[in-house]
Design a protein. Sequence first.
Length: 325
Amino acid sequence: QNYGKLKIKKMATLSIPTVDLSPFLGEGDEDDKKKAIEEVGRACSEYGFFQVVNHGVPLGLMSRALELSKKFFGYPLEDKLKASPMPGSPLPLGYTGQTGHLTDNNEYILMFSPDSRFNVYPADPPEYREVLQEMFPHFRKAALTVESIVSQCLGLPTKFLTEYNNVRTWDVMAALHYAPATDTQDSGQGEHKDSNCITFVCQDDVGGLEVKKDGNWIPITPSEGTLVVNIGDVIQILSNDKFKSASHRVVRKRGRSRNSYAFFYNVEGEKWVEPLPQFTKEIGEPPKYRGFFYKEYAQLRIRNRMQPPSRAEDMINLNYYAIPT
């Protein structure tokens, strides 16, 4: 299948790195792979963010998925609420509107793997369900490729992280919509870090996603056919801070709505997460975090979102597990 080969454009302004993944899809030699691994490693050390092209997700599918999202989120609220989560769902799978979070002004559809009985799909647009179900495995395949690259960047065997993270039941995809900014409010999603392993974002041309580096916010300029990738908290803990989970946010634009997809590549809930011995006792370094079951941290983070604390310092993040020095 022809995914559409893209050439990387050099940006004159400060921007996150863009990495060509085609060498890992059978279109390059070992030197090309080595170059890409070095670029990802540098990006994970300096930013915690990078973009990828030639990632294997069909460009036409990405474009169609964004079109259908725009159409769905433009429907009246009563129509969107027909896809509300079912009782007893482990996550609010289906449509969720505004949560009341002071810094999060968005609505979204969440879904597990297409074979999950908890998924709730909109009936309209008619082909939306099929496109959502098609996007998910393409994201997952791209995630497996990037995970193997990150493993090598950390000096671990190629399949180390894949074998550690070998249960795919907690992967989540979200279709997100951010309304235009108002005179008094432009936050779409407040500053945060992702709790998972690796996140992938497919965004339209509106922009608004920003990453924090050295105290400054860097806008991630949309580029057709690219996926934005960021390292999550799990990788930071496993690597004992060698790779950092980056702070990011979404700023809404005046006069334009933003549509995007996010794929959260997770470890499963029963997975024990702690700094790996390769980054602690094997090199004489003390662990910077105590271990935990991932479901515990995920539940605390979900509570943050659904019942935001009144004080920012009460938000649960990685520091909750930090070992005092």
